[in-house]
Design a protein around this ligand. Structure first.
Ligand code: CIR
Length: 260
């Protein structure tokens, strides 16, 4: 159960966000703002308190707050993003996290370690961490050491193609896992109820479980039906503008329960 969510309004520079899909074109800023508002409205429907941070104009990708921290039931871990243009996002995130976690429960991934929250998938007290172009071995080592200090655990999942771990695999509680592409057969996930996302709708593998409701990106009918068939109430949110810069539903928020 989550009680709190943090989001950050996209800044005008979001149109210059990092992308591996330039052929999709640049995001339309006004539409991105509208979609962000709808995202917040959907989150609010799930009963959480949403903290909306102002645009951070120096950082094109700063609306993707998920990458800046990993917020657990025991501690907050401020990351060190692997993308150079994103490292500075952390500075504005630290004072925000300090409002929700006591100082002695805030930990930091330190250089040369890098880690982005999109590479972290929480399953109860266990955290899977993708080793990606953004999250390196040293970042994972530090991250797992921090988790263990708090009685939590972590394990590394090597990634082959995707940007982040949660680009392709997402946990919907009740042992249910949405999997696409390289995650369909990974031994790490053999014990879950796996729901396979067809390649044509792979983007929609990035759904988020919010207190029993699942947010699903709009425009992916197979995934929508699949998630409904699993018994969840579904809220659709259009994220077309964020998709153009590799952003999914989970990237746009930090979901947690405050410790203070
Ligand atoms: C980036 O490449 O960093 C952004 N354009 C997209 C970040 C997506 N974040 C996520 O999957 N957690």
């Amino acid at each position: 159960m989550f009680h709190n969510v943090i989001v950050r309004t996209p800044c005008p520079a979001v149109v210059e966000g990092i992308t591996s899909n330039p052929q999709l074109g640049k995001p339309d800023y006004q539409l991105a703002l509208k979609q962000h508002e709808s995202y917040i409205a959907a989150l609010k429907k799930t009963g959480v308190e949403v903290t909306i941070l102002p645009p951070n104009p120096d950082y094109p990708d700063s609306c993707f707050v998920e990458d800046d921290a990993v917020l657990t039931t025991k501690c907050a871990i401020i990351t060190n993003p692997g993308a150079d243009s994103r490292k500075g996002e952390i500075e504005a995130m630290i004072p925000v996290i300090q409002q929700f976690y006591p100082e002695d429960k805030i930990e930091y991934i330190q250089a040369p370690g890098t880690l982005e929250g999109g590479d972290v998938m929480m399953v109860g007290d266990h955290f899977y961490v993708g080793r990606s172009a953004r999250t390196n071995a040293e970042g994972i080592r530090q991250f797992i050491a921090i988790l263990e200090k708090y009685g939590l655990s972590g394990s590394e999942v090597p990634l082959e193609k995707v940007l982040h771990l949660k680009t392709g695999v997402n946990y919907l509680e009740n042992n249910n896992l949405l999997v696409s592409g390289e995650f369909i057969d990974k031994p790490d996930f053999a014990s879950y109820n796996k729901f396979v996302i067809p390649e044509a709708e792979a983007y929609a593998a990035n759904c988020i479980w919010m207190n029993g409701t699942v947010l699903v990106p709009e425009g992916y009918p197979t995934v929508e039906k699949l998630v409904k068939s699993m018994g969840y109430e579904v809220l659709l949110v259009d994220t077309s503008e964020f998709r153009k810069i590799d952003g999914g539903l989970s990237c746009l928020s930090l979901r947690f329960t405050a410790l203070k």
